[in-house]
Design a protein around this ligand. Structure first.
Ligand code: CAA
Length: 240
């Protein structure tokens, strides 16, 4: 049995592609999801990957779920903090809920889920953590102070944790995807998205597999010298 990998937000979009690629490579994959029961059921039936519904933005929910997952499948050695939401809107119209939901779900979740797993990884002397940031955390984005702040936070979180973990056999890296053809990006107003795509030198939106390939590289057993890095996969849109 391959190493156990937990992918948060793993039943759709980029998370789904990550799950499938890890599974193909021989990992024992489990996927978290937050709400969409129908998609999760279809995903599980199609892939055989077990799914666990819990709110990654709640520490107590994460503690309970992680305990159950590890009892079911064994110690989690690979963690992909992928779950994320958007609640776009300009600052002068943004509600507290729009701000807090995004920060709690996108950034808080990295602390909550990782906190539940870090001691086990330290004890075993092995771990691979990949946090999914965003081009919009690097460059900012009109209408996304909440999302950009949370994603930018993920990049800081990654570098600090990488330093703490380096001597313990645990690597911590981030991927900063650009605009990838998922439901999240398709929800961007068409006229806005057209302008964004026009600025991507490669000339197209990314595919979820473009991101999953990066994850596969970073979690490999022999990638132990890669830590604290951010891999930008954005079609050349932002060279950071
Ligand atoms: N730069 C400069 N001005 C902009 C702009 C931009 N990028 N986008 C909109 N504006 C301007 C508009 O031209 C308009 O100007 P006027 O008042 O002079 O006409 C003004 O801002 C208001 O625009 P809207 O009518 O669109 O305002 P709104 O309040 O209805 O919506 C918005 C604002 C919610 C931000 C909307 O523009 C939007 O959804 N933008 C997309 C944001 C985006 O890219 N989100 C990414 C989601 S995908 C993702 O996040 C994944 C990832 O990691 C990459």
């Amino acid at each position: 049995m391959g190493r156990v990998a937990l992918v948060t937000g793993g039943t759709r979009g980029i998370g789904e592609a990550i799950c499938l690629m890890l599974q193909k490579e021989g990992y024992t994959v489990v996927a978290n999801y937050g709400g969409n029961e129908e998609k999760a059921r279809a995903f599980s039936e199609r892939t055989g990957i077990p799914t666990y519904k819990f709110d990654v933005g709640s520490l107590s929910a994460c503690e309970e779920a992680v305990e159950k997952i590890q009892a079911d499948v064994g110690p989690i050695e690979v963690l992909v903090n992928n779950a994320g939401i958007t609640r776009d809107g300009t600052m002068h119209k943004m509600s507290y809920e729009q701000w807090y939901d995004v920060v709690r779900t996108n950034l808080g979740s990295c602390f909550y889920v990782t906190r539940c797993l870090i001691n086990g990884m330290r004890e075993r002397g092995f771990g691979r953590i990949v946090n999914i940031g965003s081009i919009n955390g690097q460059a900012g984005q009109y209408g996304q102070v909440n999302y950009a702040a949370a994603k930018s936070g993920i990049h800081g979180f990654t570098k600090a944790l990488a330093q703490e973990c380096a001597a313990k056999g645990i690597t911590v890296n981030a991927i900063a995807p650009g605009y990838v053809a998922t439901d999240m990006v398709r929800a961007v107003p068409e006229n806005v998205l057209e302008k964004i795509v026009a600025k991507i030198p490669v000339g197209r939106l990314g595919e979820a597999d473009d991101i999953a390939r990066g994850v596969l590289f970073l979690v490999a057993d022999d990638a132990g010298f890669v830590t604290g890095s951010t891999l930008s996969i954005n079609g050349g849109q932002h060279m950071y």
